[in-house]
Design a protein around this ligand. Structure first.
Ligand code: 5GP
Length: 188
């Protein structure tokens, strides 16, 4: 299973420490309030599961699935909602949980869509940020885990072609795994 790892970028211990720290900050900021935590599927599911266990205010969760890339590998800036929230967010304190902000186009459009639903407040928590790749300049990430270099990463919920989400750390794949030359054997 480890053959595909070029380099571990963020270890399991570092992730645990950071998620705890983010949870404590969020708890302080929302003390006395109730939160609606909105996870963006699928990449944020592991981060969100760990994060909510470190938040000590009453909260409920909801999920949204969006696609910003269509068939392209580059962000188009058009957010397609594949699965909308189950519950309204009007007058709720909403915290959006994202896996990674790259160009920022997905998050910008997502924030615009959610803002029209008139939440009491709307903030964003992202695990990773690639500042170098940013196209959208005025995008605020209220709670950020790590700034990372401009490299494609997987693990801890993030995928390449739906694989690698189950690795408990963030890593860079060996190049041959992108090119499809070295495939992980399928178990039937
Ligand atoms: P943006 O609109 O900010 O360019 O795109 C953000 C989305 O692109 C993320 O939610 C994620 O799905 C995908 N993405 C961007 N960079 C990476 C990366 O390094 N690894 C993975 N697995 N997905 C990425």
């Amino acid at each position: 299973m480890e053959d595909c790892i070029e380099r571990i970028l963020i270890s399991q211990e570092e992730l645990e420490r950071k998620v705890k720290e983010l949870g404590e900050r969020i708890t302080r900021d929302y003390w006395g309030k109730e939160l609606r935590v909105v996870g963006i599927l699928r990449g944020a599911f592991i981060f969100m599961a760990d994060l909510v266990r470190n938040i000590r205010v009453p909260l409920s969760v909801d999920f949204m699935s969006i696609s910003s890339y269509g068939e392209e590998s580059e962000s188009s800036g058009i957010v397609r909602i594949l699965k909308d929230l189950d519950k309204p967010i009007t007058h709720k304190h909403v915290l959006v949980v994202e896996d990674i902000v790259d160009t920022g186009l997905t998050l910008k459009h997502l924030k615009e869509v959610l803002a029209t639903r008139e939440p009491a407040s709307l903030r964003v928590c992202a695990l990773l940020n690639k500042e170098e790749r940013r196209i959208v300049r005025d995008l605020e990430i209220d709670y950020l885990g790590f700034n990372i270099p401009n490299q494609f990463v997987v693990g801890y919920g993030l995928d390449f072609a739906e694989r690698y989400r189950n690795y408990p750390f963030i890593f860079v794949l060996k190049p041959e795994y992108y090119r499809g030359e070295a495939r992980v054997p399928e178990k039937e």
